[in-house]
Design a protein around this ligand. Structure first.
Ligand SMILES: Cc1cc2nc3c(=O)[nH]c(=O)nc-3n(C[C@H](O)[C@H](O)[C@H](O)COP(=O)(O)OP(=O)(O)OC[C@H]3O[C@@H](n4cnc5c(N)ncnc54)[C@H](O)[C@@H]3O)c2cc1C
Length: 444
C-alpha cells in the first residue's frame, strides 16, 4: 500500500480527517485545488438559526439551544447522524465531542499564530460590507473585537478606501444605514469615512479587498497604510473602527501585530465577502497543519476506480498530464459540494469521484433540474443546497436502500447531505466535526 489512509480534498473537512488519522497512520491528501474553505469568511458557524425575518436580536439562539434543536428536529443532519452513536445523554455527549474537536483545532491554529476567538456558549455578531451582519461562533482575532454585542453604547466608525473596486463612500454609508434599520442602533453613533490611500502614493486603484490584503503582506506597504490610517483616524471621533478585511494573508500574524500595537482592540476587520483574505489565511494555516502532522500533500485530480465493496486504488491526474494510481487501506471523501466540484450535475446529479448517489432528505436525486427544491422566498430552507451523499453513523456512504457502498470509504464536510449551511448555520461546524470523525473512523 502507498498509504494507510488517503484523504481526497484539503478544505476544513479533509484537513481535520487527515490530521486525526495521521496520529497513528501514514496519510496523504490528494487535492485538485482550494474550495469553499478558502473562499469563506473564515468564521466558524457551529450552529445557529436561519430564515429569520425582522430584527436580529429577537431570533438568536445560544449555541447549545441551536445544537439541541438540530438533534431534536433534523434526524438527517450529520450532527444527528453522528450523535446516534451515543447511548447515554446524547446531547451532552455530542456537545462535549464538538467542543473537544473545536478546542483542539483552535489550539493548534493558535499555536501557529492563526488565533481564533469566540465562545461555546454565546454567539458573536460581526458586521459585513453589505450592511448586514453575520452571527457566528468563532472568528479570527482580527475580527472578534468587532462583536457588535460588546460595542453597544459606543461610537463606531466604518472605514472605506476611495477608488478601490468594492468599497466606496456609498457602501460605507449603506452599512451604517442598514445596521440602524435592523435595530442595531443602540450605539452612541454609527458613522463612515473614506480614506484615499492613492492620494498618499499607495497603489490600490481598482483593487478589491483581497488584493489589498495581499499587498499588506509586504512590510513596507503595510507600514505606510498603517501610518496613513493612524494619521486620518487621529482626526476622527470613534471608539471602535471597522476596517475592510485587509490585514494581510500569508503574513497576517505580523500585520495584525502592527495593528494591535497601534490601536489595541479598537480596530477590527469586518466580515469578508468572497474572495476572502481571512478564508485564504485559514486555508494556508490548514496547509501548515497538514505539514506539521506529517501528511503528504499530492496536488492532483482524483477519480475512483473499479467495482467491488472496497476501494483499493484511486487514479490521480496531475497538471502536467501525468497519471498515477495510489493505493491505501482506507479513503476519506472530503471533496466539498458545488464550488469545489464534489457534487456535479450532468445527465443526473452525482458525487464526482466515485459516482455515489446523492440525496435531498431521503429522496435520491436524479432529475438534472430539481427546481422543485428551490423556492422564490430567500428566507425559505432551499432544500437543493442540502444535496449530497448520505451516510451511516460511521460516515460511510450508503445507497438508496441504506446499504454501505464501500466498507473502507468515509465521507465528510459539504459533500454530505442533510444540512444546509445557509439555513442551519453549521457550515464550518459540520465540516470540522465530520472531518475529525471520518479521520478517526478511517484510522480504525
Ligand atoms: C462563499 C462561501 C462563504 C462561506 N462562509 C461561511 C462562513 O462564514 N461560516 C461558515 O461556517 N461556513 C461558511 N461557508 C461554508 C463552509 O465554507 C463550507 O461548509 C466548508 O468550507 C466546507 O469545507 P469542505 O472541506 O467540506 O469543502 P471545501 O473547502 O470545498 O474543500 C473541498 C476540497 O476537495 C477538493 N476536491 C474536489 N474534487 C476533487 C477531486 N476530484 N480530486 C481531488 N480533490 C478534489 C477541492 O480541491 C478542495 O481541496 C461558506 C461557503 C462559501 C462557498
Amino acid at each position: 500500500m502507498d498509504y494507510d489512509v488517503i484523504v481526497i480534498g484539503s478544505g476544513i473537512a479533509g484537513t481535520l480527517a487527515a490530521i486525526n488519522a495521521a496520529r497513528t497512520k501514514r496519510v496523504a491528501v490528494v487535492r485538485k485545488g482550494y474550495g469553499a474553505t478558502a473562499l469563506s469568511s473564515g468564521a466558524f458557524d457551529i450552529a445557529g438559526k436561519g430564515g429569520r425575518r425582522g430584527r436580529p436580536f429577537k431570533g438568536i439562539l445560544s449555541l447549545s439551544e441551536a445544537i439541541g434543536n438540530i438533534l431534536d428536529n433534523e434526524p438527517l443532519h450529520p450532527y444527528s447522524i453522528l450523535s446516534t452513536a451515543f447511548m447515554g445523554d446524547r446531547f451532552n455527549e455530542f456537545s462535549g465531542m464538538v467542543r473537544t474537536i473545536g478546542d483542539q483545532l483552535f489550539g493548534e491554529l493558535g499555536a501557529d499564530g492563526m488565533r481564533y476567538e469566540g465562545s461555546w456558549e454565546s454567539t458573536a455578531i460581526i458586521p459585513n460590507q453589505h450592511g448586514t451582519f453575520k452571527i457566528t461562533s468563532f472568528c479570527q482575532s482580527s475580527m472578534i473585537s468587532g462583536n457588535l454585542t460588546r460595542l453597544m453604547g459606543r461610537a463606531i466608525l466604518f472605514i472605506g478606501f476611495e477608488r478601490t473596486a468594492v468599497h466606496n463612500k456609498t457602501r460605507a454609508s449603506f452599512i451604517s444605514d442598514t445596521l440602524s434599520k435592523y435595530g442595531l442602533a443602540p450605539f452612541k453613533s454609527i458613522d463612515c469615512a473614506n480614506i484615499d490611500l492613492q492620494s498618499h502614493g499607495i497603489r490600490c486603484d481598482g483593487y478589491d479587498f483581497i488584493s489589498i490584503a495581499g499587498m499588506m503582506d509586504n512590510a513596507e506597504y503595510s507600514k505606510r497604510v498603517l501610518g496613513i490610517l493612524r494619521q486620518s483616524l487621529d482626526r476622527m471621533e470613534y471608539e471602535h473602527v471597522f476596517l475592510p478585511p485587509i490585514m494581510g494573508i500569508a503574513n497576517h500574524r505580523d500585520v495584525l501585530k502592527m495593528f494591535t500595537d497601534s490601536f489595541g482592540d479598537t480596530v477590527s476587520e469586518f466580515m469578508s465577502p468572497p474572495s476572502s483574505a481571512p478564508g485564504l489565511r485559514l486555508q494556508y494555516a490548514l496547509d501548515r497543519l497538514l505539514a506539521r502532522h506529517g501528511v503528504a500533500i499530492i496536488d492532483g485530480d482524483a477519480a475512483g476506480t473499479g467495482p467491488g465493496d472496497a476501494i483499493k486504488t484511486i487514479r490521480v491526474s496531475f497538471k502536467d498530464g501525468r497519471k498515477a494510481s495510489l493505493s491505501a487501506d482506507s479513503f476519506v471523501l472530503a471533496t466539498g459540494k458545488f464550488i469545489s466540484g464534489g457534487i456535479v450535475n450532468g445527465r443526473t446529479w452525482q458525487e464526482a469521484v466515485f459516482g455515489l448517489p446523492v440525496f435531498i432528505g431521503t429522496h435520491r436525486v436524479r432529475d438534472p433540474f430539481p427546481m422543485g427544491h428551490l423556492t422564490d422566498d430567500p428566507f425559505d430552507k432551499q432544500e437543493l443546497f442540502s444535496i449530497g451523499v448520505r451516510t451511516d453513523s460511521s460516515l460511510r456512504p450508503v445507497d438508496a436502500n441504506g446499504r454501505t457502498v464501500y466498507k473502507n470509504l468515509h465521507a465528510a464536510g459539504s459533500v454530505l447531505s442533510g444540512y444546509n449551511y445557509l439555513y442551519d448555520k453549521t457550515g464550518m461546524g459540520t465540516a470540522m466535526i465530520t472531518g475529525a470523525r471520518a479521520g478517526i473512523f478511517s484510522a480504525g
